[in-house]
Design a protein around this ligand. Structure first.
Ligand code: NDP
Ligand code: HSE
Length: 428
């Protein structure tokens, strides 16, 4: 019997799903064991050309009506946003015992706990493979493929738009704003691109991965977030000179009895596999006690890769395959404490713009010494007496709280002309 799909949202991803189901109908039918057919759709603008055939599909002005439509077996939510019609539709469908497939990481990161509760109560699938890392089957890999392991750390490039921008700044010395416009034109960016460049989208994805990896309730508010707005071409060039690449990483790891979760730009050694993941590609590294280190890589955004993940979820539902939302039931989740960023320990890259005059480095070094921060290297090129010059310092392992305190003092020195740039160094 045909699995009948109602699709809400016909933008980059929605149109991609329709196209995939049309072009790959034979292979999808074989793998699903039955045909998967879209019967109803909903978006805002009925007249807009979406580059896919909509003939024969019922159009609903209200996407939430898909939750109860008699010709729909599964709701596919591709509108986006943690509130509004996306949330209303998911809640209405689950309340009705109707499976939901979504690519909406904001919705799952913010309301995933309540939605999973509803799904579990009605034994209804809630699937979101496309919500994290686009076409990479990372949810399935972490939740099912690595299910036998205790995971100690996950780290990844989780935002295609940011990785596309950072790659272009590195390779083509392009300006931030120009590259963001390119990423938007390619359909990679969120409706509000500040979600991408301010790290929020990556934090949504990290919160979801951490819930699965560590068996804890999804906790978006616990993720420390910094975006890439302050990453300059100068820092990209210094990083290169020091043997690093700058990447926006999401990292979550067990520390003591708790979980540290953070998204921020990082210096990653050029030789680390994740440093070579460029453009719209994403990568996720997981470290398990029996499997060791696993790395998955693929396109993290765009119509085709995201549609691939959405339809994989539909095939699972067609086959009757589904697991608890977080891999184990709600009752087994443990609310592990959050480890604050102030307790983070690692090496740091610090770039200052200072007046080139005797004694300035001694003052900076004194501030670091007073907070017991050990320096690994220092870089300054050429001389411009009395002028502004960049100075780069790399520390040994340091606690974030000490680094922040030293930085606050350094920022008050009259020879320091701009707010210091601080970037954490990660192994990748
Ligand atoms: P788009 O902005 O391209 O498409 C959104 C769609 O939702 C549009 O068709 C729009 O209608 C429709 N829509 C918006 N508001 C409403 C409303 N109030 N009622 C009915 N329909 C509405 O977004 P994307 O396709 O890029 O993203 C969709 C989801 O997939 C988001 O959750 C996003 O985070 C996620 N995602 C996106 C990826 C990507 O690469 N783009 C990758 C992975 C996940 P209309 O067209 O008429 O304006
Ligand atoms: N805006 C997101 C990104 C889409 O750039 O990664 C994929 O989730």
């Amino acid at each position: 019997m045909t699995l009948r799909i109602g699709v809400a949202g016909l933008g980059t991803v929605g149109a991609g799903v329709l196209r995939l189901l049309q072009e790959n109908a034979a292979v999808v039918t074989a793998r699903a064991g039955r045909p998967i057919a879209v019967t109803a759709v909903s978006a805002r603008d009925r007249k807009r050309d979406r580059g896919v055939a909509l003939a024969g599909l019922r159009w609903l002005d209200d996407p939430v009506a898909l939750a109860t439509d008699p010709d729909v077996d599964v709701v596919v939510e591709l509108i986006g946003g943690s509130e509004g019609p996306a949330r209303d539709l998911a809640e209405a469908a689950l309340a009705h015992g109707r499976p939901v497939v979504t690519a909406n990481k904001a919705l799952i990161a913010v309301h995933g706990a309540a939605l999973a509760q509803m799904a579990e109560a009605t034994d209804t699938p809630l699937a979101f493979e496309a919500a994290v890392a686009g076409g990479i089957p990372v949810i399935k890999a972490l939740r099912e493929g690595l299910a036998a392991n205790r995971i100690s750390r996950i780290a990844g490039i989780l935002n295609g738009t940011c990785n596309y921008i950072l790659t272009a700044i590195h390779e083509h010395k392009q300006e931030f704003a120009d590259v963001l416009a390119e990423a938007q034109a390619l359909g990679y960016a969120e409706a509000d691109p500040s979600f991408d460049i301010d790290g929020i989208d990556a934090a949504h994805k990290l919160a979801i991965l951490a819930a699965i990896a560590f068996g804890r309730p999804v906790a978006f508010d616990a993720v420390y977030v910094e975006g890439i707005r302050n990453v300059s071409g100068l820092d990209v060039a210094f990083a290169e000179e020091l043997g690093y690449r700058i990447k926006l990483l999401g990292t979550a790891r067990r520390m003591g009895g708790g979980i540290e979760a953070r998204v921020h730009p990082c210096l990653v050694p050029r030789t680390a596999p994740i440093a070579r993941v460029d453009g719209v590609f994403n990568a996720v590294v997981a470290e398990g006690d029996f499997v060791g280190r696993v790395m998955l890589e693929g396109r993290g955004a765009g119509a085709g890769p995201t549609a691939s993940a959405v339809v994989a979820d539909l095939i699972d539902i067609a086959r009757g395959r589904f697991t608890p939302v977080w891999g184990s039931g709600q009752a087994t989740l443990t609310d592990l404490p959050d480890v604050p960023i102030a307790q983070h320990v690692g090496p740091y890259y610090l770039r200052l713009m200072v007046v080139d005059r005797p004694g300035v480095i001694a003052d900076v070094a004194a501030a670091l010494r007073d907070y017991s921060i050990s320096l690994g290297s220092l870089l300054q090129h050429g001389r411009s007496p009395g002028e502004a010059v960049p100075v780069v310092l790399v520390t040994h392992d340091t606690q974030e709280a000490a680094m922040r305190a030293a930085l606050a003092r350094i920022a008050t020195l009259d020879a320091v002309l701009e707010p210091p740039a601080l970037i954490r160094i990660e192994p990748g």
